[in-house]
Design a protein. Structure first.
Length: 392
């Protein structure tokens, strides 16, 4: 590092440590810190904090904690950022007792935990379904004069919704509003999605528009929840209405929204409309996923021709989405269920060419159908092929 008589100073070392941390080179950052000490320069709070952060991101939480002790032993008082980093690291590793211990150490050292500290631990408690501990921590936080923010309430509401405690979650929604803390997009997503999963989609939509009236900016996720919810209930008109509203508000649908809409159309026997929507999705630059293709294929298996199915499979391959058993097996099952034996055999032939193995769940109904229709040779060929595949 000594080039042309230049001697690195604390600022040089600090910049280098920070740069290595930012590029994820934590081992080299440690080496620079050691070199810094060996040359008589003493690391400061920021240097230690940078390394502690890097070690935590690297999953080396115990080493980060050890560095905090070294820092203290050298007369440097760890700041709130260093402690928050450690608390977050312990929470991510599921070591909640250690996280709480560090929180208590902060208080003992005269360092006041911030709302971020409490939010981190409360979120971890809810993820472990430790509702009571999260609520006790909320009480402690309030008793120390630290006011919950919108992130705090979102953690509480999300945790309770995931545990199906919707009534209690709604009390926190009311509480945050009464304290002048307005719900944000995350709050809207959490509450609407929870209602949709419960099957109360009508109430979910009302909640969505209520929050829009409060100035909340909706995103694609919240519309996905409502569209999915109505689609599962078979409320096709409502699905279309919400989709149109989404477009009118200038929100670009993603592949999940398009898939939900296509699924809704196919279930109504409108597979041609679903394919038009599929084409629109592609034109809009949204890449179809395997679910999108699967929905369209099953739609054509119901009310289209085998040519339509083959065309979609060809499109998949052109887009480097090679059809596999997750695509082919449901197709075989659907054709067998619809007693479309010739179509099923066409798909089976393509599977053989591509070396895709049908599983027992897919081959059994087709085998039964072939036997019922007296196509014994085809049934025997299917049995021989699947048996050979299974032996392999």
């Amino acid at each position: 590092m000594r080039l042309e008589g230049l001697v690195p100073n604390v600022f040089t070392y600090s910049s280098l440590i920070l740069g290595l941390h930012m590029t994820g080179e934590i081992r080299r950052a440690e080496e620079v810190m050691q070199q810094m000490v060996s040359r008589g320069h003493y690391p400061n709070v920021v240097n230690y904090g940078t390394l502690i952060n890097g070690l935590c991101k690297n999953g080396e939480i115990e080493k980060a904690e050890e560095l905090l002790h070294v820092m203290s032993s050298q007369g440097l008082q760890p700041n709130v950022v260093a402690y928050n980093t450690l608390v977050d690291g312990f929470c991510k590793k599921g070591l909640l007792d250690k996280a709480v211990e560090k929180l208590q150490c902060m208080v003992s050292a005269g360092i006041e935990p911030t709302v971020v500290t409490y939010n981190t631990v409360m979120d971890a408690f809810y993820k472990e379904r430790e509702t009571r501990k999260a609520e006790v921590l909320l009480h402690v936080m309030k008793s120390r004069g630290i006011l919950p923010n919108v992130c705090t309430y979102n953690i509480l509401i999300d945790g309770l919704c995931k545990m199906n405690k919707l009534e209690k979650a709604w009390k926190f929604v009311d509480e945050m509003v009464s304290k002048g803390i307005m719900p944000n997009t995350v709050t809207c997503n959490i509450t609407v999605d929870a209602l949709c999963k419960k099957g109360d989609v009508d109430k979910a939509e009302k909640q969505l528009y209520h929050m829009l009236d409060q100035g909340v900016t909706p995103d694609v996720f919240v519309y996905t929840s409502v569209i999915n919810g109505y689609s599962k209930l078979g409320y096709w008109k409502d699905t279309t209405r919400v989709f149109k509203d989404m477009l009118d508000r200038g929100i670009q649908p993603d592949e999940f929204v398009y898939s939900s809409m296509m699924d809704s159309m196919c279930k109504q026997g409108r597979t041609e409309d679903a394919e038009k929507l599929f084409d629109l999705m592609v034109r809009k630059g949204v890449k179809p996923n395997v679910v999108s293709y699967g929905i369209l294929l099953l739609g054509h298996a119901n009310d289209g021709t085998v040519v339509d199915v083959m065309n979609i499979l060809d499109r998949m391959q052109l887009c480097h989405e090679a059809p596999d058993h997750l695509i082919y097996n449901p197709l075989l099952i659907r054709y067998a269920k619809n007693r479309k034996v010739n179509e099923a055999m066409c798909v089976l032939s393509r599977m053989k060419q591509e070396g895709v193995k049908p599983d027992v769940e897919a081959s059994s109904p087709l085998l039964q159908l072939l036997l019922k229709m007296g196509r014994v040779d085809d049934a025997r060929d299917l049995m021989d092929w699947t048996r050979t595949e299974n032996d392999d």
